[in-house]
Design a protein around this ligand. Sequence first.
Ligand code: MRU
Length: 359
Amino acid sequence: MNGGTQSMEQVQNIRWDQAEDGLVILDQTLLPGEEREIRLQTAEEMYEAIRSLRVRGAPAIGIFAAYCMYALARKLPAADKEAFLTALAAQGAYLDSARPTAVNLHWAIEEMMKTARANADSGREVLEQVLLRKAQAIQADDIQKCFQISQYGLELVKDGDGILTHCNAGPLATSRYGTALGPILLGTERGMKFRVFADETRPLLQGARLTSYELQRAGVDVTLICDNMASIVMKNGWVQACFVGCDRVAANGDTANKIGTSGVAILARHYGIPFYVLGPTSTIDMACPDGDHIPIEERDGEEIKSLWYEKPMAPAGVRCYDPAFDVTDHGLIDAIVTEKGICRPPYTESLAALFREEA
Ligand code: MRU
């Protein structure tokens, strides 16, 4: 992986560098202190980038995986069509195994495989061009979807509102605008003022490192709080809505998102504050009936014990439980905002309707 820097104005999380013909990401593990781009060449480097959260956020890992599939396809021998497709599928399965919860990763790999299969007879040069265009289309599509989600989300808040968010569901986690941060960024562009409370989001601090970074750069009034301060902020009457992203929405509306999200939803219900989930339809998994069927990634307890400290903050050898996501029960969610509109309960009907329209 090669390093490089980019200016504040040009921050882009994932790009295919035409000039240098390679896949480049902004290394999110270094933010906010350092904005450094890295170039990824091998399947192992790509897997590691997803696993270590150098690239993260459900839509972003989907976009990244799409470019990875193009980059890896170019390295496979061309001779035999079936052997090529089998080898590409194996690379896809390898990337897919990096993180289990966000369905976008699997979705994007499948989209690339469908494209490869449909064009496998077109000759190698054409096939590679089609794969690049498909990855670019997935990214462009996400920009458009985030914009639409942002517009719909804006209908749920008014100028001056306090909004609490958890984890990071902004441009770094998507393409542009983001999902949960989308209405805030779009509204700010239109002259609206919000007061945002960003949960720091233990243990990986996506709220502290990434959400407050993105909102501050955009000139949004953002206040960083520890996760255990959400209750007092709500009780003080400072929060009129909660906006969160999602990694997988089951057919009944149960939603997996960053660990701690379900606690925010429970608090919001207690204080009578609406709780909204925002995400593209590629995050909705209609094959998954409910939250019990969503695989939850478990991570290394060192993230809790030592990652951010100069010296370990827990006794050596203490057992840790470090789930990366939790599931918010559909009954706690007031609306799910997609690029196609705002879904309300019962979600078994409103989510199914989105896909019926598509069909
Ligand atoms: O572990 P992460 O940082 O990839 O988790 C990200 C989240 O939980 C986001 O809220 C979710 O992916 C939505 S991003 C638009």
